[in-house]
Structure formats: structure tokens, C-alpha cells
Design a protein around this ligand. Structure first.
Ligand code: NAI
Length: 465
């Protein structure tokens, strides 16, 4: 359903009205279009001394950004202010930063945090529309209390800053678990977070670790040669996921219930994929899905568990059938299919599994004990499966959407819908494509640094979690 308020508030009349009545002013977000540059303008890069010596290090980070086509301007600390490099000082002084990136991987003391504050305070004054703030840090490791406190403090800075930003800008934190997470893993995260692909990902902490992975031959076609199965692909978020996976180069098998066969075929035809009519709750579904991909395409590399249902009722009024069906479709099918993917002849080495959870499974939601149980269960499932998938060079992660503009949410009562839409840092609902971009990014080989994690696509929900 269209967000009419968003369109109105971005018209000349709406802008005046909003400032007069102090109404929320959601901005039109920058979203990715095929061939778009990573950023529309320059990026200001800062870092702590010492970061250069460690991976990714200021130089490695600068080089990968430059190679990705970003106009990088380095800043150096001069007292409490950070001065852009001479190249930038000579440039058009009205120009805006498209992104502020700070390498805090070398942060060890509370005093280091003030350097980050100074860098951000200066840079934010010129951050453009849909700007990006990305801070890189290290995950606390128990080695030293002062260092761990400093590292954890980054979390509080970034999450709070994300709540302060306006005009479609976002802030996210990337934590490197170990030095083994190679540059391709960092590049993958930067390509996602800086681009319009991450439009509705805000206030999140992304941990990168595990073994180093190779960069794709072509970053604009990162899924080339991969076979992907998407469940619930006939409409909504699933159709969008299928579309984005195909755009990024995958051969897509779009699966859905036989009764959705017509729309399923339309989606498959539109993206040059194939359709598989399959009730994922059937006993033989895991076997049929794997057999189809193996016999048609020689294997399966990516599985997206998107199919899901709701049967909302207050717990006291919920019928056993409403409980059972939601747990069966949203959780038990995923458990069975994932177990089958780990068997010989299942997921190919280096495979990727992404499971749709929900912020309801993190924060809870009135009338959704069954749904929240299933989605929280999905989060527990990916954490538990992570090690087994890692052993075959594969990963399994969850994406938890917040309020997304779909048929499901357009059926909500007006007041509930309007509240859910505005109560996030971006003051609007996300679009199916925002979820699809996050799912697709986690499917890239170069995103192998994330495993067993939950990535929220919720515009930083302000209530609950
Ligand atoms: P939707 O209801 O529009 O589409 C779900 C699709 O799954 C349908 O095409 C349906 O036919 C298919 N499906 C249902 N049962 C199936 C089965 N047994 N076998 C095969 N296919 C089956 O849902 P929407 O909104 O696109 O959501 C997609 C996923 O995202 C779901 O897992 C949902 O829980 C999750 N999600 C959605 C949010 C939203 O705001 N729309 C928020 C949070 C999570």
C-alpha cells in the first residue's frame, strides 16, 4: 500500500505544513538501481592511528573503496577538528558528503572515542540526503576490560546517532571478529551499507568473522553461476527476492503453493527463472526441492526460506489449528529443509541459506504469540545450525523485517498501521525490495563473514527491540 503521507510531505505544500505543525518528515530514500554508483558523491574517511597496521586498516579500506569507484577524501586529526585532505579543501565547498566512514578497529581507550566524536561532529554538518555513516570496530574479546568497554561503546554511539540522523541518512556499525576476515568480506559489507541496497537498514551491528572468502569476478554480477531457490515467491517479499537474486546473476527457482501457480509462473517468466509448485509443509518437500534443483541445474547454492503465514489471535482465543499451522509453515518446514540441505547431495559447498524472521520474533507483538514463536524459533535455528553449515563452507543467516509495505500490512487497522510506519528512525515503512536487497547481499559468496546472525531491515524500530 502506498504511503500517501510520505508523498505529501515531500511536496512543496507538505514541506511547509510539516515545519509549521512540526510533523514527522520522512525522506524519499535512495534505493539501488542497476548500474548506480556506490555513492552519488564523496566519502570522508577517518581512522585511528594503528588501524593502518591491522586488517582492514586505513589503507586497505581506502584502496577498496577507491577501487569500488568511490571518491574518497581522507581526513586527519588536527586538534579537536578533522581536516579533509588538500585535494578536498580545494574543491567546491558547498558539496556534501555522501558518507562518513571511520576505522575504529584500533580503538583501545575511552579517549579514542572522543576522536570518533570529533570526526563525526565535523562531518555530519555536511552529510547529504540518504547519507551513510559506517563505523568499523573490533568485537570485544574478553582480553582487556578497558579495550572491551571502548569497543562496546561504539555500539551505543552508532545506535544513538542513527536515531539522531534525518533526511534518509543511516548509521551502522561493522565489527570485525578476527583478523582472518579478509578484505573481500569487508568490501562486501561496505558495498551493501554504502549503496542504496541498504536503504532501510539502520542502527544495526554487523559482525564479520570466519575464514577469508574470495571476491567475485564481477561485483556487479555477484551471483553469476549460482542456483537459488526462493519459497513463497509468487508475491510480496518473495517475488521481490526472486527478482533481486536474478538481477544479481542467479538462476532462480521460484517456489510456491500450487494454488498460487499462475502468479508464480508470471514471476518466474519475468525474471528468466523457473517455477516449482510446492507446498513446503508437505512431508516430501525437502526432497522434491533438492531433487528439482539438482536434476535441472546440477545443484543448489542458495536457499531463501521466505514462505510464511500469519493467523493472529490473542493467545487466550487462539485455536490449536491456528497455532499449529503457523509453527508448521514458518518454522518446522525450515528445520526439515535445512537438515536435508546438510545431507550429501544437498547444499553445494560455499552455499548460502537465508531465513525470513521478523522483528515480532525479537520484540514480540500483541496477537502474534504463534507467529512470534515461529520467528524467534527461526533466529534460534540459524544460530544453532551455523556451525554445521560453516563446516561445509556455507552460511545460514536470518533477516528480520520490521514494517514492510505489503498486502499483509495494508490489511492492518489504520491507526496501528500509521503508528508502526512512523515509529522507526526513518519514519516510514520499508518496501519489499529493501528486504530483498538484504537477503540477496547475504547470499553473495563474499558475504561469508556473517554466519548465524540476524540482520534487521526495520529502519531502526523505536519500540520493542
Ligand atoms: P505474503 O503473504 O504476501 O506471501 C507469502 C507467500 O508464501 C505467498 O505467496 C504464499 O502463497 C506462500 N506460502 C504460504 N504457505 C506456503 C507453503 N506451505 N508452501 C509454499 N508457499 C507458501 O507474505 P509477505 O508479506 O511477502 O512476507 C514474506 C515473509 O516475510 C514471510 O515469512 C513473513 O512472515 C515475513 N515478514 C513480512 C513482514 C511484512 O511486513 N510484510 C514483516 C516481517 C516478516
Amino acid at each position: 500500500m502506498a504511503d500517501r503521507y510520505l508523498s505529501l510531505i515531500n511536496s512543496p505544500l507538505g514541506e511547509n505544513l510539516a515545519s509549521w505543525l512540526k510533523l514527522p518528515r520522512p525522506a524519499a530514500l535512495r534505493r539501488y538501481g542497476l548500474g548506480d554508483p556506490l555513492l552519488p558523491g564523496p566519502l570522508l574517511l577517518g581512522g585511528l592511528g594503528g588501524g593502518a597496521a591491522s586488517a582492514p586498516g586505513a589503507k586497505g579500506l581506502r584502496d577498496l573503496l577507491v577501487n569500488a569507484g568511490v571518491g574518497v577524501v581522507e581526513a586527519t586529526a588536527a586538534g579537536a577538528t578533522w581536516e579533509p585532505s588538500t585535494a578536498w579543501a580545494d574543491a567546491d565547498t558547498d558539496a556534501k558528503w555522501s558518507a562518513l566512514v571511520f576505522d575504529a578497529t584500533a580503538a583501545t581507550s575511552v579517549a579514542d572515542l572522543a576522536l570518533l566524536r570529533d570526526f563525526l561532529a565535523g562531518g555530519l554538518r555536511r552529510l547529504g540526503a540518504s547519507g551513510r555513516v559506517v563505523v568499523l570496530g573490533r568485537a570485544p574479546d574478553g582480553a582487556d576490560p578497558v579495550q572491551d568497554a571502548t569497543r562496546q561503546a561504539l555500539d551505543g554511539i552508532v545506535r544513538s546517532l542513527a536515531k539522531e540522523l534525518r533526511n534518509g541518512a543511516t548509521a551502522n556499525l561493522v565489527l570485525l571478529d578476527t583478523t582472518e576476515a579478509g578484505l573481500a568480506v569487508v568490501e562486501s559489507a561496505m558495498r551493501f551499507l554504502l549503496s542504496g541496497r541498504s536503504a532501510y537498514v539502520d542502527g544495526q551491528v554487523i559482525r564479520l568473522g570466519g575464514a577469508a572468502v574470495a571476491a567475485p569476478a564481477d561485483w556487479s554480477n555477484p551471483l553469476q553461476g549460482k542456483v537459488a531457490v526462493v519459497t513463497g515467491a509468487a508475491r510480496g517479499i518473495g517475488a521481490s527476492i526472486a527478482t533481486v537474486l536474478a538481477r544479481d546473476g542467479a538462476q532462480v527457482v521460484a517456489a510456491d503453493l500450487p494454488m498460487a501457480g499462475e502468479s508464480l509462473a508470471r514471476v518466474a517468466n519475468r525474471i528468466g527463472g523457473t517455477s516449482l509448485q510446492l507446498d513446503i509443509s508437505a512431508a516430501d518437500a525437502p526432497e522434491r526441492m533438492i531433487h528439482y534443483a539438482n536434476s535441472r541445474f546440477g545443484g543448489v547454492d542458495i536457499v531463501i526460506h521466505n514462505a510464511g503465514i500469519t493467523r493472529d489471535k490473542l493467545l487466550a482465543n487462539m485455536k490449536p489449528a491456528q497455532w499449529d499451522s503457523v509453527l508448521a509453515v514458518n518454522l518446522e518446514t525450515q528445520l526439515r529443509i535445512n537438515a536435508a540441505l546438510l545431507q550429501p547431495g544437498g547444499l553445494r559447498s560455499g552455499g548460502r541459506v537465508v531465513c525470513l524472521a521478523s522483528t515480532s520474533g525479537i520484540a514480540g507483538n500483541r496477537g502474534q504469540t504463534n507467529y512470534a514463536a515461529s520467528k524467534a524459533g527461526v533466529i534460534g535455528m540459524v544460530r544453532s545450525f551455523a556451525q554445521s553449515f560453516a563446516e561445509r563452507g556455507a552460511t545460514i543467516n536470518a533477516v528480520a523485517p520490521g514494517f514492510i509495505e505489503t498486502e499483509m500490512t495494508s490489511a492492518m487497522p489504520f491507526a496501528t498501521r500509521e503508528t508502526a510506519r512512523r515509529l522507526n528512525s526513518l519514519q516510514q515503512g520499508g518496501l519489499p525490495v529493501d528486504v530483498a536487497e538484504a537477503v540477496c547481499w547475504l547470499s553473495w559468496s563474499a558475504s561469508g563473514g556473517m554466519n548465524g546472525q540476524v540482520l534487521r531491515v526495520c529502519g531502526q524500530n523505536l519500540v520493542g527491540a
